[in-house]
Design a protein around this ligand. Structure first.
Ligand code: 3PG
Length: 344
């Protein structure tokens, strides 16, 4: 893997370990409403506790008005955590409030590293960001990957050497951010199903009228990609006026057959406009993949919401904590946060 995990750090009894977690979790009405990412950091924290280390946790929250007090209130229900107050397990305030985090300033990394013996990156889902807490700290401290971080790299890498038939399902919007992923997996997957607003660009490229549907600007050479014969598109859609909002039942039926015959399935992104509650296609897809015998790897914000809504989290071989980080890793095979750990 080219980087060391925390299991390879030797004796850490009495050492102070700075652990970068991603507790950027959804908060509604002053309460944490989804603890998936928090739960995934617990094995690393428990390992360090058992090994006798003193732990300082750092995280960002993308709401800059959230200093992490809300997250602290939630986590202290099951961990002996303090907030800012020194202890064996202490959480520091939202990194985004610190000048220099996003700018990757060495001064901030030096401040965070002061009095610390080791750094652990347990924030795979933030490791596509060239920020001080991700790439700056490994320059200053002996650095290791957390257990979930390591698992993310290992399991997502299976998509580069998959069992076949390999079905890649990509939904959501923002074509420009997913094009490199499509290009990469045209060479690896047997079939690529494109859903969500991404499919609208393909429909448009084939000369179909997409009415008011959401499309990304640009041509992207899609006609040529379709000609490679691996791309599958929805065969029916749910409309609101002339706007395509979801994949239809025939599409799901068609996908069912492909899912049943696949040995490896990678899925990211919803099939419908989730924010407007067009969830049926995505929920049906989640059920089909959950029942599959294949190795199943899934991730992404709306994808995870669908899986959680159905209570199917433990029915997949691997559920990534990453959104953008998962996509970047799959497209390029690495992340800046991974490279930073390798230098050590
Ligand atoms: C995420 O939610 O995907 C990560 O926490 C990254 O958050 P960011 O996009 O605010 O860096």
């Amino acid at each position: 893997m080219d980087f060391k995990t925390i299991l390879e750090a030797g004796n850490i009894e009495g050492k102070t370990v700075l652990v970068r977690v991603d507790w950027n979790v959804p908060i509604e009405n002053g309460k944490v409403v989804d603890d998936f990412r928090i739960k995934k950091t617990l094995p690393t924290i428990e390992y360090l506790q058992k090994a006798g280390a003193k732990i300082i946790l750092i995280s960002h929250h993308d709401s800059e008005s959230e200093n992490l007090q809300t997250v602290y209130e939630y986590v202290k229900g099951f961990l002996p955590l303090t907030f800012i107050e020194p202890s064996d397990l202490m959480l520091l305030p939202n990194l985004r409030m610190e000048k220099g985090e996003k700018e990757n300033l060495r001064d901030l990394a030096v401040k965070l590293a002061s009095g610390v013996d080791l750094f652990v990156n347990e924030a795979f889902s933030e490791s596509h960001r060239e920020y001080a807490s991700i790439v700056g700290l490994p320059k200053l401290l002996p650095s290791f990957a957390g257990l979930q971080f390591n698992e993310e790299v290992k399991r997502l890498s299976n998509a580069f050497y998959p069992k076949h038939p390999f079905l890649f399902i990509l939904g959501g919007a923002k074509f420009e951010t997913k094009l490199s992923l499509i290009d990469k997996f045209l060479n690896i997957a047997d079939d690529i199903f494109i859903g969500g607003a991404l499919a609208n660009n393909f429909f448009k490229a084939m000369g179909q009228d997409v009415g008011d549907s959401l499309v990304s600007d640009g041509d992207f050479g899609l006609k040529e990609k379709i000609q490679e014969g691996k791309i599958i598109l929805p065969i029916d859609t749910v409309l609101d006026g002339t706007r395509i909002e979801d994949a239809g039942p025939k599409t799901i039926e068609n996908l069912k057959l492909r899912i049943e015959s696949s040995k490896f399935i990678l899925w990211n992104g919803p099939l419908g406009e989730f924010e407007k509650s067009y969830k049926t296609g995505t929920l049906e897809l989640a059920k089909l993949i959950a029942n599959s015998e294949a190795e199943t790897i899934v991730g992404g914000g709306d994808t995870l919401s669908a899986i959680k809504e159905l209570g199917l989290l433990d029915k997949f071989s691997f559920v990534s904590t990453g959104g953008g980080a998962m996509l970047d890793f799959l497209a390029t095979g690495t992340l800046v946060g991974i490279e930073a750990l390798k230098r050590i």
